[in-house]
Design a protein around this ligand. Structure first.
Ligand code: HEM
Length: 425
């Protein structure tokens, strides 16, 4: 679909066939990102990965993520943090009166925030309402509408409409938070537990890598990315999965049966159990097909002119890959609107867009999400423990769950998910 949004030519990729053409034949040309108003400020002038223009800095900074911060081994090293935080969330649900519904949406966002906070900043990650508030505001500004992004010549308007002032305020709060955390890290002695700030400061001190992490602004920008890309996406996925399971009791029953048989009576699901939970993994894939938490990804921009199908796409075109529409494309999926995890049996469809490009919850190509291991680890462990530890019921006044979605960079369930948690008999 080709549109003109304001003065910006815009292409929306909304079928598996079009996505295949883009990512198989033109991935390089589609690897740019537009320099959006809020993102440019909050990323310290595009020193992050998610919004950095395609080029040498982005390549090197992304390598820092892939090798140092988000590799499978590094994600594994944060296992204790995930297990402790999930256990804490389960304990808090247990202590909640069973006759009153739990606000799972709020709880899962707090859980994702604590996990990301502890892996990035160290410490206990809790009692950080300030961080949650700053991140929520920053995320809202990143995903919100800004006229200057569609009429670049009118960016000066944001001095008058309050957007610039709001952005400055949130940026300063974020920056103060980073300064505090960095100062704490620089002043402490050698210690065993290593967090992401430690790793980036080490790279900053290492002369070999000095050309990548040149300044503290680079450290702050890379950590900001992890927060903004890693919290809402994981919590939204857990909530959509729980909502679908409530609407599909047979799938719920099968998932819980698998879990309780595989884990037995030990009282909690540990990461070492996840390898035996094949059906749970199908449920997560099916959730991401129907409800990709970043349904339009992060907007891209073509770096050169190219031809997609029979259409000329000029350089500088803004591009959205609509993974929500692609996941429901009737040419790629039978009964696409149905929640049916068994469709993924056989396992050849993975998260990396290798199924005729009909399943792209993490994007595809050079700019595919580098946080897949991290995000999936959080979603699997949290969901497994919620389903193992409790039987879930709708509050008596709710007869059917509404599945309305929010608009924005992250697609949440519009009304928070409130459920009754019962201890299994
Ligand atoms: C369920 C969880 C997640 C989903 C569904 C998700 C989805 C996405 C999507 C759709 C993109 C855009 C890719 C593209 O342009 O093709 C993206 C990019 C990105 N994600 Fe994720 N994400 C998740 C979790 C995470 C986590 C946990 C982190 C970090 C800890 C992370 C970090 C990033 C970064 C840095 C980018 C930008 C990559 C680049 O521009 O090179 N994401 N993600």
């Amino acid at each position: 679909m080709y549109l003109r949004l304001g003065s910006v030519p815009t292409l929306v990729v909304s079928s598996g066939a079009a996505a295949r053409d883009v990512f198989k034949h033109h991935d390089l040309a589609f690897s740019g990102r537009p320099a959006l108003f809020a993102a440019t400020k909050l990323s310290y002038g595009l020193l992050d990965v998610a919004f950095a223009p395609h080029g040498e800095y982005w390549r090197q900074a992304r390598k820092v993520y892939m090798v140092e911060l988000l590799s499978a081994a590094r994600v594994q090293s944060f296992r204790a943090v995930r297990e402790e935080e999930v256990a804490c969330a389960v304990a808090s649900i247990r202590s909640h009166p069973s006759s009153s519904p739990v606000n799972l949406s709020r709880m899962m966002l707090a859980l994702a925030n604590s996990i990301v906070c502890r892996t990035a900043f160290g410490g206990d990650g809790r009692g950080s309402n300030d961080i949650d508030r700053i991140l929520a505001e920053a995320g809202e500004l990143m995903g919100g509408f800004s006229a200057g992004d569609f009429f670049p010549r009118l960016r000066w308007l944001h001095k008058l409409d309050g957007l610039q002032a709001r952005l400055e305020k949130v940026f300063n709060q974020l920056n103060d938070l980073h300064n505090k955390v960095i100062a704490q890290h620089l002043s402490r002695e050698d210690h065993d537990e290593v967090d992401m700030v430690d790793l980036l400061l080490r790279l900053h001190r290492n002369p070999k890598d000095k050309n990548i992490i040149k300044s503290m602004d680079h450290v702050k920008a890379l950590i900001t990315d992890i927060f903004l890309a890693g919290t809402n996406t994981s919590s939204a996925t857990i909530i959509w999965a729980m909502a679908e399971l409530m609407r599909n009791p047979k799938v719920m029953e099968r998932t819980q049966k698998e879990l309780r048989q595989a884990v037995g009576y030990k009282g909690k699901v540990e990461e070492s159990d996840l390898g035996n939970l094949d059906y749970l993994k199908l449920v997560i894939k099916e959730t991401l097909r129907l409800h990709p938490p970043a349904p339009l990804g992060i907007s891209r921009e073509t770096t050169e002119r190219c031809t997609v199908g029979s259409y000329e796409v000029p350089a500088g075109t803004r591009v959205f890959v609509n993974s929500r529409a692609i996941g429901r494309d009737p040419d790629g999926w039978s009964d696409p609107e149905e929640f049916w995890p068994e469709r993924f049996l056989g396992g050849e469809v993975d998260f990396r867009g290798n199924h005729d490009f009909c399943f792209l919850p993490f994007g595809a190509g050079r700019r595919i999400c580098p946080g897949i291991n991290f995000g999936v680890a959080v979603v699997e462990l949290a969901l497994a423990n919620l389903l193992y530890s409790f039987d879930w019921e709708l509050p008596s006044e709710v007869h059917e769950l509404d599945m309305e979605e929010t608009l924005g960079i992250t697609m949440h369930k519009k009304t928070p998910l409130h459920l009754l948690a019962k201890l299994p008999v």
